[in-house]
Design a protein around this ligand. Structure first.
Ligand SMILES: Cc1cc2nc3c(=O)[nH]c(=O)nc-3n(C[C@H](O)[C@H](O)[C@H](O)COP(=O)(O)OP(=O)(O)OC[C@H]3O[C@@H](n4cnc5c(N)ncnc54)[C@H](O)[C@@H]3O)c2cc1C
Ligand code: FES
Ligand code: FES
Length: 1326
C-alpha cells in the first residue's frame, strides 16, 4: 500500500462537533491534529510520550454490545488520529469556557490556587473531568489515581488535590487544628485557606455534552466496513472481523497491531521506527470477549488494562478468597502500572507482546500459569506464558503472523498463594526497577511446597524465571531453612553484570531477595491464618501510608483598618487561573501560525569531544518541505555569546565539546518535515582524546572556569588544633533538570522592513534575548521587540540558553525572510539546555564534645559542563550561603566550577544555595552522629543568636530565623513525635520512621548591583481602564497578580479595572531577569512609582470633584490635558561583594524558614512516604498569601524531587540517558506529604521591600532536604538494627536505591560489590 491512494473518510466528534477528515495521516496524533489543524490549543504538548498528562483529553465511545457509553481519559500525544473513527473526544475547550460557562472542575482548581504557570492545568482538568463523568462523587483514592499521571512542576499538587477534594463525599474539613475541630469553626485564628462547597458552582451532570446520536447509529450499523487511511509514509487498515485480521497479518507479518499505541507510538516518535503499514484491530469484537469457565476466565487480548482491572475487581467478591489469589495479585500490579490515561488505552495483548524487560503483568501472568490463545492462518493454538514464552528484549515465542485473541487467567486453589510486588523510581506512574510475580502451592494442611514459580522483571532483557530457586524450594517445607537456601540460590541465579543496562545492579539484585522475603512474610501469614503453622511470625509489612489528609495554610489577616477594596495582603487567585483552567490562556506555541511560517529543528552533536570533519546537508535539503539549513556561516553578526570572558558558540563550526551541542538547524514547512530534515543531516567527527566528565576528572586535569572563589573567617588551621574532635566527609549532589512543563518555545517574525523583528519567546529575561538577537543579526536593539505573555514554568532555565536558541531562530528568520517557530521536543530540551549544577562537597569539621562546631573547611566542586554560562556566579552564591543558619567562628570555603564535556549547566531556582547548604547540613548530621545526638540539637547549639555578622561581614538579626525554628518545633509537635518515631523504630525491623528539622537563611536580591533595578509603564485609558506593564515575566509565580494588587492599592481602584497583557521590550526597556526571588520587590516598587505619579497627577481633578468616580476623574483629566501615562522606576539597593576583601553586602535582606518532615521508609525496597511536613516561613507581610504559599509548597516539592528522586544519568560517553518523564522522575501527586502544613510567621516586617513583604520564590526549595535528612534518620535506625552506628555516606538524591543499600539489611549485605575501576559502569557518577 502506498500514499496517493484514496482512503476512507475518518469521522469522529470533537466537543460535540462532527469532524470528517478525507486525508487522515496515520502518523498524525490527536494532539497535533487538535493543536495544528483545529487550533484547539488548550490541550498541551509536554512530552509526547504519555508521561506527563499535559495532553489529557476524554474519549467517549458507544459500545453496541452493552448499549452503554464509556468515557475515559487518554493522552492525546499517543492517540493516533485514525484510531478515533466513531469516537467523541472532549478537550478542555469542550468542558467549559469563560465565554459561556466555566465548569466546576475548572473553577475549583483555579480557586484553590491549583494553577500557577497553568501549563499542566488543562490536563489536570481533563483527568478530573473524566473521573467525574464516571463518578460524580469520587473518593480521595479515586482522585489521586486519576491525577497520578499528570505532572505539575509549579504547585506541589496540594492545592490541586484540595480543589478536587471538594467533589468528594468525604468530610471536607481540614481537621488540622487538632482535637478534631474543624478550621471553619475556629474564628479567631489567623486566616487559613479552606474551601467551602457553597462558594463553588455545583456539579451538574445534565449540563455535560451529550454523546452524538450519529455515532450511536454508526456503531450499531450492521455491516461495518474495513477502513483504510493513507498518509505520506504510512498506511492504516482497520479490519472488522477476525478472519480479515488474520489474512492481513498473514500477508503483512511485520505490520504491528496497534491497540493502545503505547509501545508502537513511542517507538515511532523516539526511535524513528517507520511502519509502512499499521493494522488496527480495535473493531474486531473477538479480541474483546470475556468468557468465564470453571477453571478461570478468558480475557480478550484487546481489553485495555483498566477494563481488565475492573473485570477482576468485579470477579473477586463473587468467588471464595482462595480462588482469586491470582486475580488480586494482578489487580495490585495493575493499580500501579503506568497512569490511568495509559491503562485506559494499553491493551492486555499489547502488554504481553511488548515483552518489556520490566513488564508488570508478565511475571505475574507467568507465575500464575496463564496462557494465551493465538490465531493465525495455520489455525488456533494455546501457548503457556512461561519461561519459554519471553525470548529476548521485545520478543516472544509467537510467530510474527500470530495474533493473541485472549488470555486465560486461572482461578487459584486452596493452599495456593500468589504474590506481586514492584519497586519503581516513583511510587506511581513509573516503570518498575524490579517487578515480580510469585506463586506457591501447598498440599492440604501442610507447609511442604508442591508447586512454586517465581518470575522477575527488570533483571534481564525480558521477563525471567527463577527456576533454580524454585527447584531449591519445591518439595521442602516453607521455613527459614528453605528460604535461607533459596536466597543464596537466587543470588547465584539472577546475576547482573556490573555494567548491565539500566545500572542499579546491586540494588536490583538486593530487590530480588527483598521481594522474595516480602512474599515469604505474606505466605507465612496465610499459613498461620489457615492454622497450618503456629510459629511466632516476624512483623507484617504493611504498605506505606498513602491517604493525603487535608492540610493547613495559616497566614495573617489584613488589618481591620485596611479598605475593603485594597487587595494587598489578601489571598487573591492568580489573575489568569481561570483562563489557564479553560485552556484559553495563550502560551508561545499557542500563537496561531502566520502566513508562510516555517518550523525549525536542531541538529546536535553526538560526540562529547570531537572535531567536525564534515557536514553534509544535501540529503536533508532534498526531503519534502525542507526549505533551508542554517549553519554558523549564516550568522551575519557575532557568532558567539561572550560571558565572563569565555565565548560560547551559537552553532559549533569546527569542534564540539559535549553531546547535544548545537551544530545546525533545519527549517521546513512543518514540524514533522523539519524533524525529518534534521535527522537526515550527516556529520562526521574525529574524536579528540580525554573527554572530562566527572568533577574528579576535572580536578585531576585542573579543568576549571576562572575565577575560582575562596572565602574565610577566623583561622581554621589553628582552630582545628583546639577542638575535641575532627571529622572529614564528603557528599555528592546530583544535578536537576528544570522540567518546566512548557519546553523552550519561540516564534520570530520578520516585520518585513528595516530588519525589524517581533520575537514571541518564553523567556525570563526578554532584554537579554533582545540584546543577543541584535548582536547576532548585527542590527540595533531597537529593531527587535521581545514579547512574553506568559511562560509555562522556567525555574532559571529560560535565561541564557533561551537567548542562544532565539539567536539561531532569528538567523533562520532573517535568512528565509519568513516567520520561524521553534519549540524544543522534551528530549532535546533536556539534552541541550543544561540543568542544576551537580556538586561534590568535601569537608573537614572540628567540634567540641558539647556539640559546638568551632571550625569547618569546605571545598565545593560544581560540574559546570562545557561552557561557563552562569557557573562562576553559582559558585559565588554557594560560598555566600555556606554558613546557612550557623555561626561557625572559623569557616573556610572554596568553590570551583569544573569545565567538563557535558552540556552546560545553568541557573536553577536557588542558584547554588540548595547545593551549598546541603553539604553543610550533612556535615552537621555527621557531627550529631559522632556525638550520638539528634541533629536538631547540634543545629540549635550552633545557630546565630543575637546581633550577628555573616562570614562576609554583613550584619543581620537572626531573631526571625530563631522564631521560625521555635515555632516549627511547636507546630510540628516535634518532641512528642520524635519520641513516637523512636518507639516505632523499636517495634519495626523492616520499616523505619525518620524525622528532621532544618532551618534556612536565604539572601534576597542580586549581588551584581546593576541588576537591582526595574521599570514600569502604566497607561490609563479614557474609559478608566488601566494597562500595566513592568519588567517582570509571568511564569506562574503570580507576579502579574501581585502587580495588579500594587496598582490597585496605589490608584485606589479595584483590580478588575487593571489589566496586564504581556511583558515587552518596547514598553519597558532594559529590564532585569525575573530571578533571585526579587521580581516583586523590584517591579512592585516600579509599578508603585508609576501609579503614585499618576495618582498625584489626578489630584487637581479629584479636588474639583471629590465625590466623583474614577472614570469621571479620568475623563476630566483627559480634557484637561493631563498625561494619563507614566513610567515608574526603581533604583534598588547598591549591593556588592568584594571577593578580594571577602566582604560585602550582597543581599538586601534575608528570608527565613524552618521545615520539619517525617518519613516512613520501607527498608527492603527503599520506598518512602513523607507522612508529615510542617513549614514555618518568615516572608514579612505577604502581598498575596495564597500566591506566596503556592511558591512555598511548589519550591518544597521541587526540593523534595532534587534531594530524593530526580537523577540525571549520563552514559560513559557523555550522552544524557534521561530525556523524558519516563526516565526522569519529578515528584507526582503520590509524593505530596500526607499532611502538609504551611504557616507564615506572624508579626514580621521588612523595611527593605514593598509593603514590608519578602522575596519567596527560591528559599524554600532547599527545605525539601528535610525529607532527605528524615530518610537518612530512618536509614540510621535501620543500620543500628544491623549493628552499625555513626556517620555513613548517603549521596543526594536519596533515591530508593541509595536508601535501601544504605540500610545495610541482611539482604543488601549479601550482594557482592564490584570493585570500582574493574568495569565500565552503565552510567557516570558526575
Ligand atoms: C508512559 C508509559 C508508562 C508505562 N508504564 C508501564 C508500567 O508501569 N508497567 C508496565 O508493565 N507497562 C507500562 N507501560 C507499557 C504499556 O503497558 C504497554 O506499552 C502496553 O500495555 C502495550 O499495549 P498497547 O495496546 O498500547 O500496545 P501497542 O503499542 O498498540 O502494540 C504493542 C505491540 O504489541 C503487539 N500486539 C498488540 N496486540 C496484539 C495482539 N492481540 N496479538 C499480537 N500482538 C499484539 C503489536 O503488534 C505491537 O508490536 C507504559 C507505557 C507508557 C507509554
Ligand atoms: S504530552 Fe502527552 S503525556 Fe506528555
Ligand atoms: S502550574 Fe502546573 S506546571 Fe505550572
Amino acid at each position: 500500500m502506498s500514499s496517493g491512494q484514496e482512503g476512507d473518510t475518518l469521522c469522529f466528534f470533537i466537543n460535540g462537533k462532527k469532524v470528517t477528515e478525507d486525508h487522515a495521516d496515520p502518523e498524525t496524533t490527536l494532539l497535533s491534529f487538535l493543536r495544528e489543524k483545529l487550533r484547539l490549543t488548550g490541550t498541551k504538548y509536554g512530552c509526547g510520550g504519555g508521561g506527563c498528562g499535559a495532553c489529557t483529553v476524554m474519549v467517549s465511545r458507544y459500545q453496541p454490545a452493552t448499549k452503554t457509553i464509556i468515557h475515559y481519559s487518554a493522552n492525546a500525544c499517543l492517540l493516533p488520529l485514525c484510531q478515533l473513527h466513531g469516537a467523541a473526544v472532549t478537550t478542555v475547550e469542550g468542558v467549559g469556557s469563560t465565554k459561556t460557562r466555566i465548569h466546576p472542575v475548572q473553577e475549583r482548581i483555579a480557586k484553590a490556587h491549583g494553577s500557577q504557570c497553568g501549563f499542566c492545568t488543562p490536563g489536570m482538568v481533563m483527568s478530573m473531568y473524566a473521573l467525574l463523568r464516571n463518578k460524580p462523587q469520587p473518593t480521595m483514592e479515586d482522585i489521586t489515581q486519576a491525577l497520578a499521571g499528570n505532572l505539575c512542576r509549579c504547585t506541589g499538587y496540594r492545592p490541586i488535590v484540595d480543589g478536587c477534594r471538594t467533589f468528594c463525599q468525604e468530610a471536607n474539613c481540614c481537621q488540622a487544628n487538632g482535637g478534631g475541630d474543624c478550621c471553619l469553626n475556629v474564628k479567631d485564628e489567623p486566616d487559613e485557606q479552606d474551601h467551602d462547597k457553597e462558594e463553588f458552582l455545583p456539579l451538574d451532570p445534565t449540563q455535560e455534552l451529550i454523546f452524538p446520536p450519529e455515532l450511536i447509529l454508526m456503531a450499531e450499523s450492521s455491516n461495518p466496513k474495513t477502513l483504510t487511511f493513507y498518509g505520506e509514509r504510512m498506511s492504516w487498515v482497520s479490519p472488522t472481523s477476525l478472519d480479515e485480521l488474520v489474512q492481513l497479518k498473514t500477508s503483512n507479518p511485520k505490520a504491528p497491531l496497534v491497540m493502545g499505541n503505547t509501545n508502537v507510538g513511542p517507538d515511532i516518535k523516539f526511535k524513528g521506527v517507520l511502519h509502512p503499514l499499521i493494522i488496527s484491530p480495535t473493531r474486531v469484537v473477538e479480541l474483546f470477549d470475556v468468557t468465564q469457565t470453571p477453571r478461570g476466565v478468558w480475557v480478550g487480548a484487546g481489553c485495555n488494562l483498566s477494563e481488565v482491572q475492573s473485570l477482576l475487581e468485579k470477579l473477586v467478591p463473587q468467588f471464595p478468597e482462595e480462588k482469586t489469589e491470582l486475580f488480586r495479585a494482578l489487580i495490585r500490579q495493575l493499580r500501579n502500572l503506568g497512569s490511568q490515561q495509559i491503562r485506559n488505552v494499553a491493551s492486555l495483548g499489547g502488554n504481553i507482546m511488548s515483552a518489556y524487560p520490566n513488564s508488570d503483568l508478565n511475571p505475574v501472568l507467568a507465575a500464575g500459569n496463564c496462557k494465551v490463545s493465538v490465531v493465525s492462518n495455520g489455525g488456533r493454538r494455546e501457548v503457556p506464558l512461561n519461561q519459554d514464552f519471553f525470548v529476548s528484549f521485545g520478543k516472544t515465542v509467537l510467530k510474527p503472523e500470530e495474533i493473541i485473541v485472549s488470555v486465560f487467567i486461572p482461578f487459584t486453589r486452596e493452599g495456593e498463594f500468589v504474590g506481586a510486588f514492584r519497586q519503581a523510581p516513583r511510587k506511581e506512574s513509573a516503570f518498575a526497577t524490579v517487578t515480580t510475580g510469585m506463586r506457591v502451592f501447598f498440599s492440604e494442611g501442610s507447609r511442604v511446597v508442591q508447586e512454586v514459580s517465581i518470575y522477575y522483571g527488570g533483571m534481564g532483557p525480558t521477563t525471567v524465571s527463577a527456576a533454580k530457586t524454585c527447584a531449591a524450594i519445591i518439595s521442602r517445607p516453607w521455613d527459614d531453612e528453605t528460604l535461607g537456601r533459596a536466597y543464596d540460590v537466587l543470588l547465584d541465579e539472577l546475576v547482573l553484570p556490573p555494567s548491565a543496562p539500566g545500572g542499579k545492579v546491586e540494588f536490583r539484585r538486593s530487590l530480588t531477595l527483598g521481594l522474595l522475603f516480602k512474599f515469604n512474610l505474606e505466605v507465612l501469614q496465610k499459613l498461620r491464618e489457615m492454622n497450618v503453622i503456629k510459629d511466632e511470625l516476624p512483623e507484617r509489612i504493611r504498605p506505606l501510608p498513602r491517604d493525603i489528609q487535608p492540610s493547613l495554610q495559616e497566614f495573617q489577616h489584613v488589618s481591620k483598618d485596611q479598605s475593603a477594596q485594597d487587595p494587598v495582603g489578601r489571598p487573591i487567585m492568580h489573575r489568569s487561573a481561570i483562563s489557564q483552567a479553560t485552556g484559553e490562556a495563550v502560551y508561545c506555541d499557542d500563537i496561531p501560525r502566520t502566513d508562510g511560517e516555517l518550523f525549525m529543528a536542531l541538529v546536535t552533536s553526538s560526540r562529547a569531544h570531537a572535531k567536525i570533519t564534515s557536514l553534509d546537508v544535501s540529503e536533508a535539503l532534498r526531503l519534502p518541505g525542507v526549505v533551508d539549513v542554517i549553519t554558523a556561516k549564516d550568522i551575519p553578526g557575532k557568532k558567539v555569546r561572550t560571558i565572563f570572558g569565555y565565548d560560547e558558540e551559537l552553532l559549533a563550526e569546527s569542534q564540539v565539546s559535549c553531546v547535544g551541542q548545537m551544530i545546525c538547524a533545519v527549517v521546513a514547512d512543518t514540524r514533522a518535515h523539519a524533524k525529518r530534515g534534521a535527522a537526515a543531516v550527516k556529520i562526521c567527527y574525529e574524536d579528540l582524546p580525554d573527554p572530562v566528565f566527572t568533577a574528579e576528572e576535572a580536578v585531576e586535569k585542573s579543568s576549571f572556569f576562572e575565577p575560582r572563589r575562596v572565602i574565610w573567617r577566623g583561622n581554621v588551621t589553628e582552630a582545628f588544633k583546639t577542638v575535641d574532635q575532627l571529622h572529614e566527609g564528603q557528599i555528592r549532589m546530583g544535578g536537576q533538570e528544570h522540567f518546566y512543563m512548557e519546553t523552550q518555545s519561540m516564534l520570530v517574525v520578520p516585520v518585513g522592513e528595516e530588519t525589524e523583528f517581533n520575537v514571541y519567546v518564553s523567556t525570563q529575561w526578554p532584554t537579554l534575548t533582545q540584546d543577543a538577537i541584535a548582536e547576532t543579526l548585527d542590527i540595533p536593539s531597537n529593531r527587535v521587540t521581545c514579547h512574553v505573555k506568559r511562560i509555562g514554568g522556567a525555574f532559571g532555565g529560560k535565561v541564557t540558553k533561551t537567548s542562544i536558541l532565539a539567536c539561531i531562530t532569528s538567523v533562520a528568520a532573517l535568512k528565509t525572510s519568513r516567520a520561524v517557530r521553534f519549540v524544543l521536543e522534551r528530549g532535546d530540551d533536556m539534552l541541550i539546555t543544561g540543568a542544576r549544577h551537580p556538586v561534590l562537597g568535601r569537608y573537614k569539621v572540628g567540634f567540641m564534645k558539647d556539640g559546638r562546631i568551632v571550625a569547618a573547611d569546605i571545598q565545593y566542586y560544581t560540574n559546570a559542563g562545557n561552557s561557563i554560562d552562569e557557573s562562576t556566579l553559582v559558585a559565588e552564591k554557594i560560598l555566600l550561603h555556606m554558613d546557612n543558619a550557623y555561626n561557625i567562628p572559623n569557616l573556610h570555603g572554596r568553590a570551583a566550577a569544573c569545565r567538563t564535556n557535558l552540556p552546560s549547566n545553568t541557573a536553577f531556582r536557588g542558584f547554588g544555595v540548595p547545593q551549598s547548604i546541603m553539604i553543610v547540613e550533612n556535615m552537621i548530621n555527621d557531627v550529631a552522629a559522632l556525638l550520638g545526638r539528634h541533629a536538631d540539637q547540634i543545629r540549635e547549639i550552633n545557630m546565630y543568636k543575637g546581633p550577628s555578622v555573616t562570614h562576609y561581614k554583613m550584619e543581620f538579626s537572626p531573631e526571625n530565623m530563631l522564631r521560625c525554628w521555635d515555632e516549627c518545633k511547636v507546630k510540628s509537635d516535634y518532641s512528642a513525635r520524635r519520641k513516637a518515631v523512636d518507639q516505632f523504630n523499636q517495634q519495626n525491623r523492616w520499616k523505619k520512621r525518620g524525622m528532621s528539622i532544618i532551618p534556612i537563611k536565604y539572601g534576597i536580591a542580586f549581588a551584581e548591583s546593576f541588576l537591582n533595578q526595574a521599570g514600569a509603564l502604566v497607561h490609563v485609558y479614557k474609559d478608566g481602564s488601566v494597562l500595566v506593564t513592568h519588567g517582570g515575566t509571568e511564569m506562574g509565580q503570580g507576579i502579574h497578580t501581585k502587580m495588579q494588587q500594587v496598582a490597585s492599592r496605589e490608584l485606589h481602584i479595584p483590580p478588575s479595572k487593571i489589566y496586564i497583557s504581556e511583558t515587552s521590550t518596547n514598553t519597558v526597556p532594559n529590564t532585569c531577569p525575573s530571578a533571585a526571588s526579587f521580581g516583586t520587590d523590584a517591579n512592585g516598587m516600579a509599578v508603585k512609582d508609576a501609579c503614585t505619579t499618576l495618582y498625584q497627577r489626578l489630584e487637581p481633578v479629584r479636588q474639583k470633584n471629590p465625590k466623583g468616580s474614577w472614570e469621571s476623574w479620568i475623563t476630566a483629566a483627559y480634557f484637561e490635558k493631563i498625561s494619563l501615562s507614566a513610567t515608574g522606576f526603581y533604583r534598588g539597593p547598591d549591593l556588592y561583594m568584594d571577593w578580594d576583601k571577602m566582604e560585602g553586602q550582597p543581599y538586601a535582606y534575608f528570608t527565613y524558614a524552618t521545615c520539619c518532615c517525617e518519613v516512613e521508609l520501607d527498608c527492603l525496597t527503599g520506598d518512602y512516604r513523607t507522612v508529615r511536613t510542617d513549614l514555618v516561613v518568615d516572608i514579612g507581610r505577604s502581598v498575596n498569601p495564597s500566591v506566596d504559599i503556592g511558591q512555598i509548597e511548589g519550591a518544597f516539592m521541587q526540593g523534595l524531587g532534587l534531594y530524593t528522586m530526580e537523577e540525571l544519568k549520563f552514559s560513559p560517553s557523555g550522552l544524557l540517558y534521561t530525556r523524558g518523564p519516563s526516565q526522569y522522575k519529578i515528584p507526582a501527586v503520590c509524593d505530596v506529604p500526607l499532611r502538609f502544613n504551611v504557616y507564615l510567621l506572624p508579626d514580621s516586617h521588612n523595611p527593605h521591600a514593598i509593603y514590608s513583604s519578602k522575596g519567596i520564590g527560591e528559599p524554600i526549595l532547599f527545605l525539601g532536604s528535610s525529607v532527605f535528612f528524615a530518610i537518612k534518620d530512618a536509614v540510621a535506625a535501620a543500620r543500628s538494627d544491623s549493628g552499625l552506628v555513626g556517620p555513613f555516606p548517603l549521596d543526594s538524591p536519596a533515591t530508593p536505591e541509595r536508601a535501601c543499600l544504605a540500610c545495610a539489611s541482611p539482604f543488601t549485605q549479601k550482594i557482592p560489590v564490584s570493585k570500582p575501576g574493574s568495569f565500565k559502569p552503565w552510567a557516570l557518577n558526575i
